[in-house]
Design a protein around this ligand. Structure first.
Ligand code: AMP
Ligand code: MG
Length: 418
């Protein structure tokens, strides 16, 4: 493993000394442990999309009493298929008028509370009713059409674990458990700094050799998807003083800093050297055995991560997705749950390079019941590539070739493990 620290200009990336993505993440985590930044309480409606900070456990049985799952008649199954006297009607949200005696029945709506003594509900369509008497069309079966107390949640069940992202289903659980205020992790703020003499604002028309600063907006979106808050720091030119000032400003205002551009080993690639001047531990990893995204800088100043992404837009976003996001997720507090994996057939041969990790953007199309993944190629400098793609595949160090027709795992671009 190579000694940490920024390479000097003129030094080149020596492939055998570069770290593979998974190794780089491990090395970084061991040098820069990152955890959530604290807990705040927010009103239930504002909790959507936030990361739950404490386990949410059921405080009782849900439902608290047995409930009917059908509109029908509630009965005692031991009374058999004989007719029943209709002695009352159960209303929604109300306690049943009394216990159910032998030979008796009550009308019950879906969701109505089952009275003591009853153990089965006969759906209304399986009954006939004449002169206050209900005739079952079928033999009642114990437990039919009844949700027993506690079937949904038992007391103490941890239904939502700390670290879970609060989605629509979780919102419903929180409301059911009576959380009007929800403990969530504070959202980490990350400063975004784009560097490069060639960059112009999206409102400007780029001249020859200039490009619009797209990375800043792509990253702001990706940070929001991660559950973090972007803070825009004005662009820096390829001049050391400007880059340094911008990073200092970012460290003041935010919990971490993301840069794009200037991260390689050219004379104008200032980012690693400037970071190293700012404090300890400085640059932890410089250069990854990965394509796209080799010139990546993983650094920190104190407990604040400083991540230098390559300037090429496809590289920047791919490295954010595969390297930066897993690292920064430590600060959002999110614990990913294993996702449902998506597989597709390789529409063409995919050929990487032994010993390297390649992230290959793909378009997955539906061909009847099959999913077919076609390579879009790795074009680091393109801005549109990942917008056209709907996933990516990983060619690993030990499986650099996937043959046409092979089954391959497809990862989403928006998030999740790889
Ligand atoms: P660099 O990593 O600084 O060598 O940049 C590589 C290339 O990425 C440059 O030639 C630019 O075309 C492009 N690039 C750098 N920064 C940005 C940005 N913020 N938005 C869009 N493209 C960028
Ligand atoms: Mg540059």
């Amino acid at each position: 493993m190579r000694a940490p620290g920024a390479l000097l200009p003129g030094q080149t990336f020596e492939p055998s000394a570069l770290l593979a993505p998974a190794q780089a993440i491990l090395v970084y985590r061991s040098r820069v442990p990152l955890g959530p930044l604290g807990v705040e309480r927010v009103p239930l409606d504002a909790a959507f999309g936030r990361i739950l900070a404490h386990d949410a456990a059921a405080d009782g049985r849900y439902p608290s009493h047995p409930r009917s799952t059908m509109d029908g008649f509630v009965v005692r199954s031991q009374d058999g298929q004989g007719e029943r006297r209709i002695v009352g009607e159960i209303r929604m949200g109300q306690v049943p008028p009394g216990p159910l005696g032998a030979g008796e029945t009550m009308r019950i709506p879906t969701g109505g509370a089952v009275p003591d003594g009853a153990d089965s509900v006969i759906p209304v369509e399986d009954t006939e009713e004449r002169d206050g008497i209900m005739h079952p069309g079928e033999m009642p079966v114990p437990g039919d059409a009844i949700t027993p107390a506690g079937e949904d949640m038992e007391p103490g069940d941890i239904v939502l674990a700390a670290g879970r992202r609060i989605d629509g289903a979780a919102m419903g659980v929180l409301a059911t458990l009576g959380f009007s205020q929800v403990p969530v992790f504070r959202r980490p703020r990350f400063a975004i700094i784009s560097t490069g003499d060639e960059l112009v604002d999206p409102s400007q028309k780029p001249g020859v050799g200039q490009v619009r600063d797209s990375n800043r907006y792509a990253l702001a979106g990706a940070l929001r998807e991660l559950g973090a808050e972007p803070i825009h720091i004005p662009r820096a030119t390829d001049e050391p003083g400007q880059t340094e000032d911008a990073i200092r400003r970012g460290l003041e205002l935010a919990d971490g800093v993301l840069l794009t551009g200037g991260s390689s080993v050219g004379v104008r690639d200032l980012v690693p050297r400037v970071i190293d001047r700012l404090g300890e531990p400085g640059v932890v990893v410089h250069g990854l055995r990965v394509r796209p995204g080799k010139p990546t800088v993983l650094a920190a100043i104190g407990a604040k991560p400083v991540i230098g992404l390559p300037g090429n837009p496809t590289s920047a976003m791919m490295i954010f997705r595969t390297i930066a996001a897993p690292i920064l997720r430590g600060m959002t507090g999110e614990v990913l749950r294993p996702s449902a994996k998506a597989f597709a057939r390789a529409g063409t041969e995919f050929k990487g390079r032994a010993g390297w990790t390649w992230f290959v953007p793909v378009v997955v199309t539906a061909e009847g019941p099959n999913r077919v993944a076609s390579s879009l190629g790795i074009h680091s400098s393109h801005t549109s590539l990942l917008a056209r793609a709907n996933g990516f595949i990983v060619l690993t160090e030990d499986r650099p070739i996937v043959r046409q027709g092979d089954q391959i795992e497809v990862h989403t671009l928006s998030g999740g493990d790889i």
